[in-house]
Design a protein around this ligand. Structure first.
Ligand code: NAP
Length: 474
């Protein structure tokens, strides 16, 4: 599968050096994409800049019609996209299909939401003036996305950007450009005018630098690691670039002693092991109240033992490969550090590397303590460390003791304890008796070092709009 990049409605880059995309389950090559740099990025930005006036002048209804067509095409091609997604990213095919439908849901939601970008009339303090606040598209948008949700992290930006009237250049992760290119093929098929959506693959630092320094780019929206997010903040200073950042997380799962343990186990398994633990809102640490600590671990282990590890293309697989060697080594280091410092392994604990492919079994660690690496850093793997706590306030204190603030999970049947805990937690997303809180219609984003801004929901389109205040003298 040798693919090209999409600039100004044309497929280009055949003359460039190639990036080989590999299947993380086998190490085999799946395809190639061009290794573009600053020059191609500049051309893509110019194309988006050229397309902006006419796209932004369309009515919201006209843009919505394009997005509806794009949505329908994604749904029609879901099986095909999911297959490529699994081949390049590794997640089980059923999860890949779920992601494609989730990706489509952002396009649908924002096709509708673009029609509800309302202006506001403000009562004036002078009889001879009228005051208005109107909203307009921010302009050319550059979007940088990660490998763990190769389809949805793109549409969560592309949907609202296009609905708002912006044009866009997408830069997908080097591990998963093929899914992104399939989406761009559907953009073309939907008849979205040339230059409105462009896609470049290649040298991240060069492409990123062009995005950050080119004055035609008015907005950069990034999903990825906190480390690169901080670098973009630094780079944004010279041009005061409008930035939205969806960064890393370190989600706590808190199980209170009145929790329905079946619900808590179901939620913890869904949150922790989806995508092999490689999601930003994955539970990274589990705090269980002492009275139900042993019972929770027993039930949790029983459920986790059933999860099957393997090639995501094989039926029945629940946990695919780890994305690459770096990812694998980090997981391994976290487990070894915890065991060295006194944690014990209830399940798993030993990965395997085969022909350049890395697999890690679902692992449960008990008796972990706050200082351990796994309780501080994003693990991005199928390892669940469990720690005991006594009082509710203690759980909130442990949970908040992190520079991250993306997602947290609370399991309790008691509304009073639940509400107090929800209010005490410094996280942008809370799953209360729910291990899978994400949805196109809900705001998604983090506090503290997990990012700036929200995607999805009625908030998601604001990132692509400027508010203009108009005072009219009569
Ligand atoms: P990453 O290493 O930060 O990469 C993310 C994107 O940034 C990729 O497209 C990457 O390109 C690009 N990039 C790398 N260096 C760059 C630079 N100097 N300038 C501009 N762009 C650059 O993150 P990842 O490993 O792909 O993704 C995992 C991380 O994403 C985790 O921390 C996870 O928590 C986070 N994440 C957050 C959310 C959220 O909504 N908050 C959602 C999903 C994932 P290359 O691939 O070409 O290097």
């Amino acid at each position: 599968m040798d693919k090209l990049i999409y600039i100004n409605g044309e497929w280009v880059g055949a003359d460039l050096a190639k990036i080989v995309v590999r299947n993380p389950a086998t190490g085999e090559a799946v395809g190639t994409v061009p290794r573009a740099g600053a020059e191609e990025t500049r051309r893509a930005i110019e194309a988006a800049h050229e397309a902006f006036p006419s796209w932004s002048r369309l009515t919201a209804y006209e843009r919505s019609a394009y997005l509806e067509r794009f949505h329908d095409l994604i749904v029609d091609s879901a099986d095909e996209i999911a297959r490529v997604l699994t081949l390049e990213m590794g997640k089980p095919l059923k999860e890949a299909l779920g992601e494609v439908m989730y990706a489509a849901s952002f396009v649908k939601w924002f096709a509708e939401e673009g029609k509800r970008v309302y202006a506001r009339g403000i009562p004036s303090h002078k009889a001879e003036t009228r005051m208005l606040a109107i909203k307009q598209p921010v302009g050319v948008v550059a979007a940088i996305t990660p490998w763990n949700f190769p389809a949805a992290m793109i549409t969560r930006k592309l949907g609202p950007a296009l609905a708002a009237g912006c044009t866009i250049i997408i830069k997908p992760a080097k591990q998963t450009p093929l899914t992104a290119i399939m989406l761009a093929e559907l953009v073309e098929k939907a008849g979205i005018p040339k230059g409105v959506v462009n896609l470049v693959t290649g040298n991240a630092a060069e492409i990123g630098n062009e995005f950050m320094t080119n004055p035609m780019v008015r907005k950069v929206t990034f999903t990825g690691s906190t480390e690169i997010g901080k670098e973009l903040i630094r780079q944004s200073a010279d041009h005061v670039k409008n930035l939205s950042l969806e960064l890393g997380g370190h989600a706590p799962i808190i199980v209170l002693d009145d929790a329905d343990l079946e619900k808590a186990v179901r939620g913890a398994v869904a949150s922790k092991f989806r995508n092999g633990g490689q999601t930003c809102i994955c539970g990274n640490r589990i705090y269980v109240q002492e009275k139900v600590y042993d019972a929770f671990i027993a039930k949790f282990a029983e459920a986790v033992r059933k999860l099957k590890v393997g090639n995501g293309m094989d039926p029945g697989v629940d946990i695919g490969p780890i994305i690459d060697r770096d990812g694998y080594e980090k997981i391994d280091a976290h487990v070894k550090d915890a065991v060295r410092l006194g944690a014990s392994c209830v399940l798993g604990g030993e990965g395997r590397a085969e022909n350049g492919a890395y697999f890690y079994p679902p692992t449960i660690l008990k008796d972990v303590r706050p200082g351990m690496l796994i309780m501080r850093e994003e693990t991005f793997g199928p390892v669940a460390p469990v720690q005991k706590f006594s009082a509710d306030e203690e759980a909130a204190r442990y949970a908040n003791d992190t520079p991250y603030g993306l997602a947290a999970y609370v399991f309790t049947e008691n509304y009073s304890r639940g509400i107090k805990l929800v209010e005490a937690l410094d996280f942008g997303i809370i799953g209360w008796n729910d291990g899978l809180p994400s949805a196109a219609q809900a705001p998604f984003g983090g506090m503290k070092q997990s990012g700036i801004g929200r995607e999805g929901g009625i908030e998601g389109i604001d990132a692509f709009l400027e508010v203009k205040y108009v005072s009219v003298g009569l």
